[in-house]
Design a protein around this ligand. Structure first.
Ligand SMILES: [Zn+2]
Length: 258
């Protein structure tokens, strides 16, 4: 008798197991090969891998997969597909509820502008401008229960992540709208340091005088200071661009926070 070793992990090129049919929600089209973007397509699995692994192997990060249906019935990613099953992979429902509040984020090294804009709106957004590597980011996400935001699918596949989300655009304006729409975080503008993510506290003008230039001292009276890095903030005309970002966000996404 001959024993055939079963591969430990399923790969798209293996053609030695049950055939299933799979379809993806239109929102997931950017992750999968062109022939799988519309309607059902056939996949041959190894009969042992989970549906979650099969979906990931076809290019979709599980962070972006919503409900998984087999012949119309919901299953978990641990489901092992059997021959003839029809699998539907739906998109994430928005707003997406993340268990284990408070909702907070961790952004990878490429998302510095998005991090500063989230902080401007008072959303807890950890970010390190140095590239500390995927394992360290994943560990950080798990330790502080932060939703990992990234455009790196490899990072989003790491099992250690507390939670993760793919950032769909490379433009900061669209990235911000994407995150606010998807997670609907409560907004509290001007309460967080855009430089370090620390909370701001009201500051007395005399107490922060040493941080200010002469013109600033004469012109502005509203001050806040970061409780972690000591940076001083004031509102002035040069903040018009930031004011616009805040006003736009509050107009579109501020309702839930009020
Ligand atoms: Zn700070």
């Amino acid at each position: 008798m001959t024993w055939l070793a079963r591969p430990a992990r399923w790969h798209a090129d293996d053609v030695n197991g049950p055939e299933i049919h799979i379809s993806f929600a239109p929102a997931l089209g950017l992750f999968v090969a062109a022939p799988r973007r519309s309607g059902r397509s056939a996949v041959v699995t190894d009969g042992a891998s989970t549906l979650g692994h099969v979906v990931e192997s076809l290019g979709v990060p599980l962070t972006e997969a919503g409900r998984l249906l087999v012949d119309g019935r919901p299953v978990t990613p641990a489901h092992i597909p059997a021959a003839g099953e029809h699998v539907e992979v739906l998109g994430i429902e928005r707003p997406q509820l993340v268990p284990g509040a408070p909702l907070r984020f961790l952004l990878d090294v490429h998302l510095g502008t998005l991090a500063r804009r989230l902080r401007l709106l008072g959303v807890d957004a950890a970010y390190e401008s140095e590239d500390i590597g995927d394992p360290a980011l994943a560990t950080w996400s798990a330790k502080e229960r932060r939703v990992m935001l990234s455009r790196d699918r490899g990072l989003l596949r790491r099992r250690e992540l507390w939670a993760g989300a793919y950032v769909y655009s490379d433009r900061p304006d669209d990235q911000l709208r994407d995150v606010l729409e998807r997670f609907a975080p409560p907004l509290a503008p001007w309460t967080r340091c855009t430089a370090c993510n620390g909370p701001l506290a009201d500051a007395d003008k005399d107490a922060v005088r040493g941080h200010l230039e002469q013109g600033t001292q004469r012109t502005y009276d509203v001050f806040a200071q970061c409780t972690e890095c000591g940076r001083v903030y004031w509102r002035g005309a040069h903040h018009a661009r930031l004011e616009a970002i805040v006003e736009d966000a509050l107009r579109e996404f501020g309702g839930a926070a009020a």
